[in-house]
Design a protein around this ligand. Structure first.
Ligand code: OGA
Ligand code: MN
Length: 287
């Protein structure tokens, strides 16, 4: 196994590994160490079906049922796709497409769930002719760039997260859907300390709708400033998808977003999120 840097601030391509052959004892410990250290892993040329993808994901922790927003008894694959159940491509102005467009706001996954995510394992399935890149930044690198004064303030802060908030930024009709209101607001500290490396990272997302102990508008302006500073152009790794790619990112220490593509074309990525556990620092991020 060889590591090649993807971006000056974070991320590595993992070379020489066929993910289908990884087990808890064989290569997973090295891969997990690279995940803790670099926050983003790229595996190229992988040939994963849903079962192999789920098996690899389960090494990281409990698989989240992304459509149900909880840990289901039977882990399932969730496709990030504009192809609908009936086989047709969702209309450009449909709520289905708008919900995918909401992924174009900088976020980290599942902060609105009672159990937030540790990781997302996202794999190419059907790629459009152009666009549709996935971009990421390191919020650990962003943390290092903050002034000591801001760090001290952020360490005391608790953010409120709500799925409908990020959808509201795209479409009021989308935000009003019952599916966007299945969970109570979740409160998380604004800093997630990695228990393995000791590194702190900003923990913010498009789902963050306020800072506890601040007026709503003041809190939202503060969150917008934090996200803007973390996503300066030089911080961004932009992933142009190729067939066989698998990205694994640390939800505790990154932000990501998708970029637009010609919506009449299919774009399908296979995704599973892994739920964070106390060994991942979950208890300390809980206020
Ligand atoms: C996700 C996500 C972005 C993309 O899978 O959680 O935000 O590029 N994906 O599709
Ligand atoms: Mn996402």
């Amino acid at each position: 196994m060889k590591l090649r840097p993807l971006h000056p601030r974070f991320g590595v391509e993992v070379q020489g590994v066929d993910v289908r052959t990884v087990t808890a004892d064989r290569l997973y410990p090295e891969i997990r160490a690279a995940f803790e250290e670099h926050s983003l892993l790229l595996f190229r040329g992988q040939d994963l079906d849903d079962a192999a993808h789920l098996r690899f994901g389960a090494l990281f922790g409990p698989v989240e049922d992304r459509s149900m927003g909880r840990n289901g008894p039977e882990p399932r694959m969730d496709n990030v796709t504009n192809r609908q159940g009936d086989g047709t491509i969702a209309a450009t102005d449909s709520l289905h497409t708008l919900n995918l467009v909401a992924n174009q706001l900088w976020h980290t996954d599942s902060t609105f769930l009672p159990v937030p995510a540790l990781a997302n394992l996202l794999a190419a399935r059907v790629l459009p002719s152009s666009g549709g890149e996935t971009q990421l930044v390191s919020t650990r690198a962003a943390w290092r760039d903050l002034s000591e004064d801001l760090k001290a303030r952020a360490r005391k802060m608790v953010l409120r997260h709500r799925l409908a908030h990020s959808r509201q930024g795209i479409s009021a009709e989308l935000a009003a859907l019952p599916a966007m209101h299945r969970w109570d607001d979740q409160l998380w500290r604004a800093v997630w300390r990695n228990p393995v490396t000791g590194d702190e990272a900003l923990y913010v997302a498009s789902h963050a709708c306020g800072v506890e102990s601040m007026a709503v508008s003041e809190g939202q302006a503060f969150i917008a400033d934090l996200i803007a500073s973390a996503t300066r152009p030089e911080m961004i790794y932009s992933h142009a998808w190729q067939g066989g790619d698998l990205l694994v990112w640390d939800e505790r220490a990154t932000l990501h977003r998708g970029l637009p593509w010609p919506y009449a074309e299919e774009r399908t990525l296979a995704s599973i999120c892994i739920s964070a556990q106390d060994i991942d620092g979950l208890a300390q991020v809980s206020p």
